[in-house]
Unconditional design. Structure first.
Length: 306
């Protein structure tokens, strides 16, 4: 029951899927670098592996846009439905710049909760936070707090970008590729990319003490209607080879607006019985102005220890 409920509430974002399916690919080597890959490119025929197993060197990371498609004050509200039954709601948000370990970071967060009815069957309250340095678009801190039935888990990861390792709250340290993302930041990173139908993107990601290559496929363009309105969308499918976070129990499909915002408006996954859908019900795009590379937003100066 915990797996299906975790999928139900975490369809809105990437993080909880990793817990539901057991984390990323087990590996003792750096993941493939972030790269947009055209169909047929030889990189797609090789999985993550020891350096001497790669037939070609990894491609360079694509250049980041001067202006991010999301800004402090963005708030997205979703209804989570299991078939025709409303099971809860979720929120994604972006907070103003804060200082983490001496570095200016945007705070990305998600909050997913079962409603009163569904809580009588299985109560869920999950929250994730990512502190993202927007100049290089890398994670500096990630927290995840899960309350799912009788299951409890709290996790804190500190990303040391000066030495390139992740330190967990129990003292375990894991080496990192330079541009690796936490699970939540990876989703926001994808929103910055230029996408074309048929394209595949690999993103260096880190979860559950593992580095893995998250593959995202761009499937098609279509118009969808959700409670917040009607949108032309790019449809994407995040996936990982067998053993990864999206391969285990079903297919996750995400609809992003086909404009500069790349705002998620619908997410759906198949489960053992039926499907679960998160639909955008309301949104606020920004209250603090745009963030530009080489500059800062006008608001947000909180200092916080790493």
């Amino acid at each position: 029951m915990r797996i299906s409920t975790c999928v139900l509430l975490s369809v809105v974002v990437l993080p909880s899927m990793a817990t539901a399916a057991g984390g990323g690919i087990t590996s003792d080597w750096p993941a493939v670098r972030v790269l947009p890959v055209a169909p047929g490119h030889p990189a797609l025929s090789h999985g993550a592996g020891p350096p001497d197993s790669l037939a070609i060197p990894p491609l360079p990371r694509p250049e980041l846009p001067d202006t991010l498609p999301f800004h402090a004050g963005e708030r997205l509200e979703f209804s989570i439905d299991y078939g025709f039954i409303n099971a809860g709601h979720a929120t994604m948000g972006v907070e103003p710049l804060r200082t983490i370990a001496g570095v200016r970071c945007l705070e990305l967060w998600t909050d997913a909760r079962s409603n009163a009815f569904f809580s009588t069957i299985y109560k869920v309250w999950d929250r994730s936070q990512s502190f993202l340095e927007p100049e290089e678009f890398v994670s500096w801190r990630y927290e995840k707090h899960q309350r799912e039935g009788s299951y409890r888990k709290d996790q804190l990861i500190k990303f040391d970008r000066r030495e390139n390792f992740a330190r967990y709250d129990d003292g375990v340290e894991v080496s990192l590729p330079r541009f690796v993302q936490d699970e939540l930041a990876a989703f926001y990173y994808f929103r910055t990319l230029q996408m074309e139908v048929g394209q595949k993107v690999l993103i260096d990601s880190h979860a559950n003490r593992k580095n893995y290559a998250l593959e995202v496929r761009v499937l098609r363009v279509e118009t969808v209607e959700v409670p917040a309105g009607e949108y032309e969308c790019i449809v994407i499918e995040p996936m990982i080879r067998e053993g990864g976070i999206f391969s285990a129990k079903g297919r996750l499909t995400i609809w992003l607006t086909n404009d500069s915002r790349r705002m998620p408006v619908r997410m759906s996954t198949k489960i053992a019985v039926g499907s679960v859908t998160a639909s955008l019900t309301d949104y606020r795009l920004s209250t603090h102005g745009e963030w530009h590379r080489g500059g800062e937003e006008a608001h947000g100066s909180r200092e916080e220890a790493w």
